[in-house]
Design a protein around this ligand. Structure first.
Ligand SMILES: Nc1ncnc2c1ncn2[C@@H]1O[C@H](COP(=O)(O)OP(=O)(O)O)[C@@H](O)[C@H]1O
Ligand SMILES: [Mg+2]
Length: 401
């Protein structure tokens, strides 16, 4: 199976490009699902679908063409399907704290529930083989970064916190009951979480396997968009995801000759060149500004043909491995592709079994192979767009070659 994510700044054309890619993939014979990860779903609008038909399906995939489905999750349905016990507890806490019932229920939808629900579906489709391709239409930058950070954060949380927390709560519950009004979660809350975690198992590997999942960043030839896209590129690399193409959307076509657009065309040329310098060797797929909004299947299919020409949209346009582990000269090196930043903005924290890389507000735990704990020293060095984390000075004094 193949997963292709479309990410980028708000309004650049993610949903349009994702939909066009989906149509093209279906035309080429792949059973294709386009899934919206943006809470402000716009797939059914872009495909000009009857809202009634979509609502009737309660957030499950809707077939809209041979081999083509779209899915827009419905968080209330997901709560019934996946989050009942977790939600029940959180709503109970809010109610106890004095919120009225309706507000408590609103508030109990935690950030992340929607994203985790999408991950549950992706994992299930992967196991059941319902689709050949899943196209993910991401929310704007901030939310999509949260989405990709969830699998590794969850893994870390389960490994380090969850079991301890569950045990701790079972010890203090009888005591706490006497002193506090706010209920501590019962064991069925933890049971429910445990069950969810089990159903998420393997999702981290799926999303970071460049043979399965690649990311396409959608950009426009404009200064602010390019700046933000560099940041997205960096964070996706930090989370070990492979970017296989940049879709450069809304280029003014040469056929526009009016003087009025001369400055626009000149600045677009400049930013196109800059984008090539920034993102090379990742290929850039250029897309013209169309005469009107690409709405409906026919227009989207045309957009798909413009983007990919004769290429199969599910192919890998670029192969990359954002992380590499190397062993040389008595050192163990983790090499991470982190373009567009200086060493000063990276914070490194060595723990016994892991190293934590923090860039801005995002951090990533990298689990170390067991033998690396024998190395005493750790230092970091930027080498072009790569960060090398170098472990040296083995405790037993024996240097490996
Ligand atoms: N190549 C293009 N030519 C003309 N209009 C476009 C093009 N790409 C996107 N649009 C229009 O731009 C608007 C934003 O696109 P959308 O795909 O919703 O962006 P995003 O999902 O990134 O927020 C929509 O009205 C869409 O129809
Ligand atoms: Mg969108």
């Amino acid at each position: 199976m193949r997963i292709i994510m479309f990410a980028g700044k708000g309004g650049v054309g993610k949903t349009s490009v994702a939909s066009a890619t989906g149509i093209r993939a279906a035309e080429m014979g792949h059973r294709t699902l386009i899934m919206s990860l943006d809470i402000a779903h716009s797939l059914s609008d872009i495909f000009a679908l009857d809202k009634g038909l979509v609502d009737q399906n309660k957030g499950m995939p809707v077939k809209i063409e041979d081999r083509l489905w779209i899915q827009e999750l419905d968080i209330q349905e997901e709560i019934q399907r996946n989050w009942k016990d977790v939600y029940k507890y959180i709503a109970a806490v809010f109610k106890k704290t004095g919120f009225d019932e309706i507000l408590a229920e609103e508030l109990a939808v935690l950030p992340g529930m929607e994203e985790v629900s999408s991950l549950l579906y992706i994992n299930r489709y992967m196991q059941e083989g319902d689709f050949d391709v899943i196209i993910l239409d991401c929310a704007p930058t901030g939310e999509s970064l949260r989405f990709i950070s969830i699998p590794s954060t969850l893994e870390w949380y389960i490994r380090k916190i969850f079991k301890i927390q569950r045990r701790l709560v079972s010890y203090i519950r009888p005591v706490a009951r006497r002193f506090y009004d706010v209920p501590l979660p019962e064991d069925d809350y933890f049971e429910a979480l445990q069950n969810l975690f089990e159903r998420l198992e393997g999702i981290d590997t799926i999303l970071t396997d460049p043979g399965i999942t690649t990311v396409r960043l959608v950009v426009n030839p404009e200064k602010i968009v390019l700046k933000e896209t560099q940041r997205i590129f960096l964070y996706f690399s930090l989370y070990k995801m492979c970017i296989d193409a940049i879709v450069m959307n809304r280029i003014l076509p040469p056929s526009i000759e009016e003087k009025y657009f001369d400055d626009w065309k000149e600045s677009q040329r400049r930013y196109l060149k800059l984008a090539e310098e920034y993102f090379s060797p990742v290929p850039i797929l250029p897309v013209n500004l169309l005469q009107s909004e690409p709405l409906g299947k026919r227009n989207l299919a045309k957009l798909g043909a413009d983007i990919y020409g004769e290429h199969d949209p599910t192919q890998h346009f670029y192969h990359d491995q954002p992380y590499e582990f190397q062993q040389r000269n008595g050192q163990f090196i983790i090499r991470i592709k982190l373009p567009f930043i200086s060493k000063e903005t990276i914070e490194l924290n060595r723990l016994p079994e892991e190293v934590v890389v923090r860039v801005g507000e995002f951090k990533k735990h990298i689990l170390l192979p067991r033998h690396v704990s024998a190395y005493k020293d750790v230092k970091a060095k930027m080498d072009g767009s790569y960060l090398d984390i170098i472990f040296g000075g083995k405790k037993d004094g024996k240097e490996e070659s």
